[in-house]
Write a protein that binds this ligand. Structure first.
Ligand code: GLY
Length: 360
C-alpha cells in the first residue's frame, strides 16, 4: 500500500514511523523541513494531570502518556539516538486561593482514579525551593507527568523517516483531489502525486488544505540559562510553565496563547508575561540570561479536541487539531491511525474525536 502523509511535524512523523514498522510505503509531503513546525517550538510537557484534563480526553491523554516510554525506546533503539524523554514529574503551583481550591479538587479526583497526586503547602515547597515566589500558596505534585525534548525527538524521528520513506520537503499541498468521494491525488506546487491513501496531519495549516475547523493558536516562548541540575522537575502554573532540560543548562518557558492567526514574531507583551511568570515562580530567575525567544502555532479546534480518523472522503484520514497536547498525543495518535489503516481496527477514540461531531 502507498500512503501520502501531508505534514512532517511530530504527528505526521510518528504515524510514518508506525506505518513503516507495519510495512507500508510512505511519502511525507512537507511545506518546509520535516520535524519543524509546532512540534519543534513546543515545550514537550507530557502533562494530562497538570493540564487538569477530565473525561474521555483525560483517558486518551493518559493512555498516550503510558505509551511514551516504549514509543521513545523503540525509536532510540532503531536510530541509536536520544529523545530526551525524562520522567521528571510536574509540580502544579497555585497563585491564589481559587487556584489552590481547584488544584486540591483535581488532586482528590485523580486519587480516586488511582493516579499519583499530592498536595504540598507552601511550607513544604519552601524546603525544596529556596527562591519560591512570594505569591505561591502551594502546589500539586504529579509524579507521572513528564517531558520529552521535542526537538531531539523530532530530529531523531526525521532522520529515521528520511532513511525509510520518501520525503518531499519545501513542497506545498495546494489541493486534495477526490474522485467519486474517494481520495484520488494531491496537487502540490511541485506537481501531482497519487497514492492509495492520504493522511492529513498538517497541524495549524490543516484548515488551509481542507475545509475542516482547525485554526492557529499562537504561543510565544523563551529559554533561560540555568545551571545543570538547578531545577529538577517542571514547574507549571497559570502564569508560566518552566521546563528544565536535563543536559542543556536550559529552562524552557512557555507559553502565551493568542488567537491572532498566523502573525509571526515575539512581542514585548508576550516576552514580559513569560519573564514575569518565571520570576513570580522562582525569584532568582530574574538574574538569568535569556538564551532564545521563539513562537509557534498550536493546531486548535473549536472544542479544543483533536480531529482523528475518517474525513467523509474515502481513504482520506485526518490526524490533526491536537491543540495544546500534540507532543503528548503523538504515540497514541500514531498507533490508532496506523492500526486503523493497516488492520482496519477502529479505536473508540476515532469515533469520539471524529470530524462528524462538527456536522451535527
Ligand atoms: N502544551 C502546552 C502549550 O500548548 O502551551
Amino acid at each position: 500500500m502507498e500512503v501520502i502523509i501531508i505534514g512532517g511535524g511530530l504527528i505526521g512523523l510518528s504515524i510514518a514511523f508506525e506505518l513503516i514498522e507495519r510495512g507500508v510505503n510512505i511519502t511525507v509531503v512537507e511545506k518546509d523541513k520535516i520535524g519543524k513546525g509546532a512540534s519543534w517550538v513546543a515545550g514537550g510537557m507530557l502533562a494530562p494531570q497538570s493540564e487538569g484534563l477530565d473525561g474521555e480526553f483525560l483517558n486518551f491523554c493518559l493512555e498516550s502518556r503510558n505509551l511514551y516510554e516504549d514509543f521513545v525506546k523503540r525509536i532510540e533503539e532503531k536510530t541509536g539516538k536520544d529523545t530526551g524523554y525524562w520522567k521528571c514529574g510536574i509540580l502544579k503551583l497555585a497563585f491564589s486561593e481559587e487556584e489552590a481550591e481547584k488544584i486540591r479538587q483535581d488532586v482528590e479526583r485523580f486519587k480516586k482514579l488511582g493516579l499519583p497526586a499530592q498536595w504540598l503547602d507552601r511550607k513544604e515547597l519552601e524546603k525544596e525551593y529556596k527562591n519560591l515566589g512570594d505569591e505561591v500558596i502551594g502546589g500539586a505534585l504529579y509524579k507521572e507527568d513528564s517531558q520529552v525534548d521535542n526537538r531531539k525527538l523530532c530530529s531523531t524521528l526525521a532522520d529515521y523517516v528520511k532513511q525509510n520513506a520518501k520525503v518531499l520537503e519545501n513542497t506545498k499541498v495546494l489541493k486534495i483531489d477526490e474522485k467519486n468521494e474517494k481520495f484520488n491525488k494531491i496537487i502540490t506546487d511541485k506537481g501531482e502525486l497519487k497514492a492509495d491513501l492520504c493522511i492529513l496531519s498538517a497541524g495549524a495549516w490543516s484548515g488551509e488544505i481542507l475545509d475542516i475547523p482547525v485554526f492557529p493558536l499562537k504561543g510565544e516562548m523563551l529559554a533561560l540559562d540555568i545551571e545543570e541540575d538547578e531545577i529538577d522537575r517542571v514547574l507549571y502554573s497559570s502564569r508560566a510553565y518552566l521546563i528544565p532540560r536535563s543536559d542543556f543548562h536550559r529552562l524552557v518557558v512557555g507559553a502565551t496563547q493568542e488567537n491572532v492567526g498566523f502573525k509571526d514574531g515575539n512581542t514585548a507583551y508576550g516576552t514580559l508575561k513569560l519573564l514575569k511568570g518565571s520570576i513570580d515562580t522562582l525569584k532568582n530567575l530574574a538574574y538569568k540570561n535569556i538564551q532564545e525567544l521563539w513562537f509557534g502555532y498550536r493546531p486548535a479546534t473549536p472544542d479544543e479536541l483533536p480531529i482523528l480518523g475518517d474525513s467523509g472522503i474515502e481513504n482520506l484520514i485526518l490526524a490533526t487539531g491536537h491543540h495544546r497536547n500534540g507532543i503528548l498525543l503523538a504515540p497514541i495518535t500514531a498507533k490508532i491511525i496506523s492500526d486503523y489503516i493497516v488492520y482496519n481496527k477502529k479505536s473508540k477514540y476515532l469515533e469520539l474525536f471524529s470530524l462528524e461531531r462538527f456536522k451535527t
